[in-house]
Each structure stands twice: as structure tokens, then as C-alpha cells.
Design a protein around this ligand. Structure first.
Ligand code: ATP
Ligand code: LTN
Length: 328
């Protein structure tokens, strides 16, 4: 069975972009892959975090993983900082990457732009991500489109180390969704839906109440020509709504457009409200059941142990290839 690894940052409530771009594939993949899903708290601290909030968000993401259908009997769910190999391999890989290639990463440029002092962790963030992936001999990494560059860097570092030290790492492939790979902000369809945008109506969180879902979608930015068609370049707002509709319903955009009798954007939005509320309802129900249960903590502790059991032999191989530590 091929091995899958992916991670989500515990930096706020997960939204439709996270769900449709990444998490939905996590659930599908667990049927015929060995899946490892991480809550990457070491990545979260690349920007300042309130400790209490961070602790809360870690458990929120873990509960959401389970609420959307990740089954701890099939997949490993764990918290990054509970497995020491991530930080250790992160350091080793830092010593095998270049400041030039890291400063060229779009996410780094976006997050550091215009600031006088920039945390080193923001620059080395993708190297830690490479460590997460390579630590488990991962074959496949399901992520949203925005992570393409980081996956490429991971492959470059793996190949570089393999060439220099002999076969050490499995070179992984990214896996990207066709619809949903890039969900845009509802209030600004030119930028991606994000946890950190100031306007709460720019996103739909997986835990939003029905009334909030309705408000955010009904307010979504469209355009003034009134024609409903899929044209991301000229009609990014309407196309984003259709894209969300398609990803949530499992229908293609063509199928949706062929069967609709909408008289205007309002009708499309109303239908999308219903589709979204229906898709979110079971997630919210499951979340409430799991979030404050002892089972959640058991799942995470057990997950960390299972993850460590895979990571440790890989670390032993890496230390050995690099000539680190002592050997009897
Ligand atoms: P955010 O911008 O929401 O803070 P992020 O990309 O910084 O998200 P994560 O929460 O770790 O950080 O992302 C989890 C997964 O969700 C990643 O695979 C990422 O590619 C995906 N993702 C994030 N935003 C979107 C989006 N708008 N559309 C599709 N996928 C997304
Ligand atoms: N960088 C990713 C989160 C992330 C990740 C990973 C994804 C950290 N480590 C390993 C896949 C595999 C993000 O910002 N979304």
C-alpha cells in the first residue's frame, strides 16, 4: 500500500477551502492507502500564537479530522510536536537547502513582504514541511494548489540528499484536487479563502452556524452583468460559487448549469446556501460529539506512538547516512 502524509496548521477554524482543497481527499485516500495525518503545531509557531488558543486549535483540528470522516482505525492522526523526528530532520534538511531557494518561495514572499524584521522560521518553514513528508517515506502528499511549490522543494531536497549521501529518502508526489483545489475568498475572488483574512464573511468555516453560512454566501462578491456561466478569468466571483457548488455536490459545473432554472445570482446563491448547510450539518454534529471526549486524547497519543514507530527507523537511517552520532 502506498503511504500518504499531509498536515494542517492549527491556526484557526478550518474553512471550505481547507476542506475542499485538502481534507476531503484525506478521507477518500484512507480506503486504499496507509494514511498519516498531522496537526502541524511546529509550523503554526512560525507566526506568533497565543498559547491557549494554539492548544485549543490543535484539539479543534484533531476533532475536525475525525468529524469529516478520518477514521483513527484506518489512519494515523497525531500532533507534530509529539514526534521529535520532525524538528530533528528539519534541522538536518536546513543544512541541505539554500537561502536563495527558500527566499524565492511565494508563501515566504507574501508573509514577509513589507516587514522590517522577519522570523527565521518563516524562511525555513518549507524545509520543516519537507522533513514532515520525508520522515515517513511518504509516496503521496494530498494538498491544495497553493502548496505545489513546497512539494517541488521537498522533491528537490530529497533528490539532492540521495545524490550526495546515497539512497536515503523516498521522493514523494503531490496530489491536487481538480475542483476545489483553489477556493477563493467570498468577498474578494482574486485571493484565496484563508483562515487569517480579517473579514469573517470572506470564508465559511466548517463550524459556522446556518445563519452565518447564509449571510456569507448571500453577500459574496459577483459582478454586474448578471449572466451565470463558468469563466474564472472574467467572472471570478460567480465561478468561485459554481466551483464550491460542484465540489460540495459532486456534480460537474456543466451538469449544474444544464439543470438550473435560476433567474439571477440570488437564486444560485440561495441554492448554494442550502447545499452548503446540508454538507456542514453532519460535520458540526460529529465535531460536538468528539471534541470534548477522552477518546480524542487517546487517539492523539496512540497516533503519536504509531507515527514515532515509523519515523524512528527513518531517522536512524538518516543519521547513519550522514555519519552522525556513534556506531558500535
Ligand atoms: P489558510 O490560508 O487558511 O491559513 P494555509 O494554507 O495557510 O491555510 P493550512 O491550514 O495548513 O494552511 O492548509 C491546509 C490545507 O488546505 C493545505 O493543503 C492547503 O493547500 C489547503 N488550502 C488552504 N486554503 C485553501 C484554499 N483557499 N483552497 C484550496 N485549498 C486550500
Ligand atoms: N505547509 C502546509 C501545511 C503543512 C503540510 C506539511 C502539508 C505542513 N507540513 C506536510 C502537507 C505535508 C500549509 O501551509 N498548508
Amino acid at each position: 500500500m502506498k503511504r500518504v502524509f499531509s498536515g494542517v496548521q492549527p491556526t484557526g477554524n478550518l474553512h471550505l477551502g481547507n476542506y475542499l482543497g485538502a481534507l476531503k481527499q484525506f478521507v477518500e485516500l484512507q480506503e486504499d492507502h496507509e494514511c498519516i495525518y498531522c496537526i502541524v503545531d511546529e509550523h503554526a509557531i512560525t507566526v506568533p500564537q497565543d498559547p491557549e488558543q494554539l492548544r485549543k486549535h490543535i484539539l479543534d483540528v484533531a476533532a475536525l479530522y475525525m468529524a469529516i470522516g478520518i477514521d483513527p482505525k484506518k489512519s494515523i492522526i497525531f500532533v507534530q510536536s509529539q514526534v521529535p523526528g520532525h524538528a530533528e530532520l528539519g534541522w538536518i534538511l536546513c543544512c541541505n537547502s539554500y537561502t536563495g531557494e527558500l527566499s524565492r518561495m511565494t508563501q515566504f514572499k507574501a508573509k514577509s513582504g513589507g516587514k522590517e524584521s522577519v522570523g527565521t522560521g518563516l524562511l525555513t518553514y518549507p524545509v520543516l514541511m519537507a522533513a514532515d513528508i520525508l520522515l515517513y517515506d511518504t509516496d503521496i502528499v494530498p494538498v491544495g494548489n497553493d502548496q505545489k511549490q513546497h512539494i517541488e522543494l521537498t522533491r528537490d531536497i530529497a533528490i539532492r540528499v540521495n545524490n550526495k549521501y546515497g539512497d536515503t529518502f523516498v521522493v514523494p508526489d503531490g496530489r491536487f484536487m481538480k475542483s476545489g483545489a483553489r477556493i477563493m475568498a467570498l468577498d474578494d475572488p482574486e485571493s484565496k479563502m484563508s483562515k487569517s483574512a480579517e473579514n469573517e464573511h470572506s470564508r465559511i468555516s466548517l463550524l459556522d452556524e446556518d445563519s452565518k453560512i447564509k449571510k456569507s454566501i448571500m453577500r459574496a462578491t459577483t459582478d454586474s452583468d448578471g449572466e451565470i456561466r463558468f469563466d474564472p478569468e472574467n467572472k471570478p466571483g460567480v465561478s468561485n460559487l459554481l466551483n464550491i457548488y460542484s465540489a460540495l455536490s459532486g456534480k460537474t459545473v456543466d451538469e449544474i448549469l444544464a439543470n438550473q432554472q435560476w433567474r439571477g445570482y440570488g437564486d444560485l446563491k440561495k441554492e448554494l446556501v442550502a447545499v452548503t448547510q446540508e454538507a456542514m450539518a453532519p460535520i458540526k454534529r460529529n465535531f460536538e460529539e468528539i471534541r470534548y471526549s477522552e477518546e480524542l486524547i487517546r487517539v492523539l497519543n496512540d497516533g503519536a506512538e504509531r507515527a514515532n514507530a515509523i519515523a524512528e527507523p527513518v531517522m536512524a537511517r538518516v543519521r547513519d547516512r550522514f555519519g552522525m552520532g556513534i556506531k558500535l
